[in-house]
Design a binder for this molecule. Sequence first.
Ligand SMILES: Cc1cc2nc3c(=O)[nH]c(=O)nc-3n(C[C@H](O)[C@H](O)[C@H](O)COP(=O)(O)O)c2cc1C
Length: 303
Amino acid sequence: MSLKVKFAGLECVSPIWTASGTFGYAKEFDSYLDLKTLGAVVTKGISPKPRGGNPLPRICETASGMINSIGLENVGVEGFRQKKLPFLRQSGTQVIVNFFGETVDEYVACGAALDEMDGVSALEMNVSCPNVKKGGVEFGTEPSVLRDLVKACRAQIKKPLIVKLTPNTTDIVAIARAAMEGGADGLSIINTISAMAIDARRRKPRIATVFGGLSGPAIKPVALRMCYQVHRALPDAPISGIGGIQTGEDVVEFLLAGATTVQVGTQSFVEPSAAERITRELVEFMRQEKIEDVRELVGALAV
Ligand SMILES: Cc1cc2nc3c(=O)[nH]c(=O)nc-3n(C[C@H](O)[C@H](O)[C@H](O)COP(=O)(O)O)c2cc1C
């Protein structure tokens, strides 16, 4: 039985990756699971300079999910190289570094610096960030803005470049197409969904910044729909499916919808070894269904 997949040139032992911001810099999870069994780990988002986070409270639980507004706290590109990369480089798994900026120049500088680093296998661009020069609108919500951003980064990045799409848009296919036209090698679908929660007794928002990003099982149906729509419109674009994955069968659902790989996010908070259990469940599903090669499942939805 084979779990091996190739994603935008990246050879992965499994289609199961861990999602940015939910798996630290991998070292935090080393005692819970065997990192070598993962197809890849995606790091916390890295910016050119270190960033502190948003004020507390910045996490709250909701029905079948959670809202976070961490504020993209991270060690910065140089801190990453010095403090986090040495462990990742010898972890035995593919290392995908998630990155972002507040301006096009910051994205390009950050991506180019990470591209030079030994031990970084690929880059994942988070475009769910406010564009400070354009009144704070997310980069990833306007196709022409996204196309130009990806193009500018592509020109300086030689490694596989994956663009992680925001679901906070009316036309995910237009956004996906723009990312591919800009030169992306693959797409991660989806980031968190803009949301809020209210404490009725205190008459206050449950998150200090009022709005945050919804994740967990609550968003899985939206994520599946978006993966499927993009796969149908752009069948050659490699997709990494993300959103509420908790079981091996959830993984299969994303593969059927057209994803080549998936990412386990919020579930790793509930259960730090989740990605390993989910891998075992995927293998068991394949055994029961007599599937020899996991790639048989990709895009195999019967509609
Ligand atoms: C606490 C937290 C922090 C996150 N940080 C990032 C980040 O730095 N960059 C990014 O692209 N996505 C980030 N995400 C989004 C996740 O990678 C993922 O796309 C999302 O949570 C949906 O998957 P899930 O439902 O399995 O959690 C974060 C999510 C959570 C819950």
